[in-house]
Design a protein around this ligand. Structure first.
Ligand code: EPU
Length: 417
């Protein structure tokens, strides 16, 4: 199994390009199921989760072809296999995103119920309730969600809680429903808006994406389009936090500051100097970072997907901070591993008290989920000596060429097996 070996202590410096956003790419790929015409997706990040999604769509009968510029063309002329099997759903929960499109276009879908996962229970009850409100008949049998409908009908849906993929699934289903659907308490995440833009480019009538209330006027059919995925705000934030932790000076190109305001505000509070233009962000942090409190919440508040990386930053900062996780009930697995590197962290329920230490020391640690892995990379970059991170397949799910990009910024990092 691959490992990352990092010799820490070197400030990051230089320029790298940010990749396309994983969490926008995954629903956009699923939108291809909504039309028999070809959807061409560009700026797709080269990630394991994207490969898994392409495998799932391919198994269902979507014709998938990669072009010379690493764009992908998807044609779902006919789909006989309206199934997302357990084997794929268990490796990637985002497979649930085929449920809405399959049901809306073909009137049936069978999707394995995702189980719990490393960061929390993560039920999908809101996806199911929303689809039922659109007229679907849903049974759970032998671990599968069986959904049927003749034609979905627009409805007024109030989401009980803010769910990103839940909002996306319902938005895709409603795009082909008869009549208008209103989703209240919708997720505001920029990835939801990116999907809405793609759907509208395919002929859908979605308004209000990026606000609490999204309206979708259903249409009879959608057409193909050529769509470019937005930049990854979590990859951007991760590199910025890494530069801040190492006392570095970096420029990220192809990055958007307007979708990262809460993270940028926290980095400034930590003492970093940030500047940005339309598609770039620079950060420099000459002094030791200052400890900052963070509390996660749905967009536009501080993202749960950046919590672990900020805990690594706080671990080497000046002062004590409180990190609170409000989205997932078990997203502190990285604390035990950070402590192996010398971090001083106490966890009580969903709150961690992090007392910044003078230095971390390299050790062998284990990645437990995607963002936890990123926090260990950050810690490894600041730690003295050698850090070996095992189980980095988690990282490959969500960070494109992370060791190449960090090497480009001067880090001493390599992959070994
Ligand atoms: N929830 C329910 N019922 C539902 C749906 C969600 O109780 O039907 C709960 C979840 O258990 C969680 C909260 O609602 O406590 C929010 O979950 P949400 O549904 O928003 O998460 P998600 O859509 O499954 C996406 C991202 C995650 C990111 C979260 C929160 C994708 C593919 N995944 O997950 O990304 O952490 O939103 O922003 O978009 C990652 O990239 O590392 C990652 C985990």
């Amino acid at each position: 199994m691959d490992k990352l070996v990092i010799h820490g202590g070197k400030p990051l410096s230089g320029e790298v390009r940010v990749s396309g956003a994983k969490n926008a790419a995954l629903p956009i790929l699923c939108a291809s199921v909504l039309t028999p015409a070809t959807l061409r997706v560009q700026n797709l990040p080269h990630l394991r989760d994207v490969t898994t999604m392409l495998t799932l769509l391919g198994q269902m009968g979507v014709e998938v072809s990669l072009d010379e510029k690493l764009g992908v063309s998807l044609t779902a002329a006919q789909i006989e296999e309206r199934v997302a099997p357990y084997e794929l759903v268990k490796t990637m929960r985002a497979s649930i995103l085929v449920l809405g499109p399959l049901l809306a276009r073909f009137g049936e879908a069978r999707v394995s119920l995702p189980g719990g996962c490393a960061i929390g229970q993560r039920p999908v009850d809101q996806h199911i309730k929303g689809l039922e409100a659109l007229g679907a008949e849903i049974r759970i049998e032998q671990g599968y969600i069986h959904a049927r409908a003749s034609r979905l009908k627009g409805a007024h849906i109030v989401m009980y809680l803010v769910t990103v993929t839940g909002t996306e699934n319902l938005m895709m289903a409603a795009a082909l429903a008869e009549g208008t659907t209103v989703i209240e308490n919708a997720a505001l995440e920029p990835e939801v808006t990116d999907l809405a833009h793609c759907l509208n480019a395919m002929g859908a009538r979605v308004t209000g994406a990026g606000s609490r209330v999204i309206s979708i006027e259903g249409v009879d059919q959608l057409h193909g389009t050529d769509y470019r995925v937005m930049p990854d705000r979590i990859e951007t934030g991760t590199f910025l936090a890494a530069a801040a932790a190492t006392g570095g000076n970096i420029k990220l190109v192809g990055a958007r500051a307007d979708i990262l305001e809460s993270v940028i505000a926290k980095l400034r509070e930590a003492g970093s100097v940030l500047e940005h233009g339309e598609d770039w962000i620079t950060l420099s942090n000459e002094a030791k970072p200052v400890a900052v409190n963070v509390s996660t919440a749905p967009y536009p508040a501080f993202p749960t997907d950046m919590q672990a990386q900020f805990m690594a930053l706080d671990a080497v900062a000046d002062g004590t901070s409180v990190v609170t996780e409000t989205i997932f009930e078990n997203r502190f697995m990285h604390t035990q591993e950070l402590k192996r590197l010398g971090a001083d962290i106490d966890v009580q329920g969903n709150t961690a008290v992090v007392r910044g230490v003078e230095r971390l020391q390299g050790a062998r640690v284990m990645a437990t989920d995607l963002r936890a892995s990123a926090s260990l990379v950050l810690a490894g970059l600041v730690a003295e000596g050698e850090t070996r991170i095992d189980r980095i397949y988690h990282l490959d799910r969500g960070y494109e060429c992370i060791e190449e990009k960090l090497s480009q910024l001067g880090a001493r990092i390599k992959r070994a097996n």
